[in-house]
Design a protein around this ligand. Structure first.
Ligand code: IMP
Ligand code: MG
Length: 183
């Protein structure tokens, strides 16, 4: 285990097993639409969710497009500023497509609330949200998630895409960062 990690919450194998389940659920949900020629696009919020989306895409059998947006809300801190900015916009036209938003972690929900409002203005056929992790306990915007990988404690978490000041994204597991690293 990395010296800055207090505790491993989800091991590599546990994450892969859950990703396989969610991938299979996506195949079930969208195979009829895909057979009718409707398009599905996985949209990941950079940079944290890119690793999850890369694994999820390979656990899914439907034809799909992949796109990325970058939003900033946290800066280098460990709590949300509440102000969301678009750092990188969509590349694809999502009009008439089924958009599957893939997020790493749902905390206050402000990031996803902003994103969903933004996507709705672009007239997609549907929007669904998948989040790998959801933190409990905090007041959250009312975001409906079609799939949640794992519920997690209200602590600062890193690994499998999640960072603190751009570090720890490449840990293969998800763990709690030792508070002395950021305090
Ligand atoms: P929200 O807008 O408060 O829901 O924050 C969501 C975003 O904040 C996520 O996409 C992450 O990038 C980041 N975030 C929230 N909690 C954590 C954490 O515990 N570790 C790392 N990043 C986090
Ligand atoms: Mg993020």
């Amino acid at each position: 285990m990395h010296k800055d990690i207090k505790e491993i919450l989800f091991a590599d194998t546990e994450i892969q097993a859950r990703v396989a389940e969610i991938g299979a659920a996506l195949t079930d949900e969208y195979s009829e639409a895909a057979a009718r020629g409707e398009e599905v696009i996985l949209l990941s919020v950079l940079r944290g969710a890119a690793i999850f989306m890369a694994d999820l895409a390979r656990a899914t059998e439907i034809p799909l497009e992949m796109d990325y947006m970058a939003l900033s809300s946290y800066g280098r801190g460990t709590t949300s500023s509440g102000e969301v900015k678009i750092v990188k916009d969509l590349t694809s036209d999502i009009q008439g497509k089924h958009v599957v938003v893939v997020e790493d972690i749902l905390d206050s929900g402000l990031t996803l609330q902003f994103l969903i409002n933004y996507l709705q203005q672009r007239d997609p056929a549907s929007i669904e949200v998948i989040t790998l992790l959801r933190k409990r306990a905090k007041a959250q915007a009312d975001i409906k998630c079609a799939h949640i990988g794992f519920e997690c404690p209200d602590e600062f978490i890193v690994g499998y895409g999640l960072d603190y000041a751009e570090r720890y994204r490449n840990l293969p597991y998800i763990g709690i960062l030792k508070p002395e690293v950021y305090e």
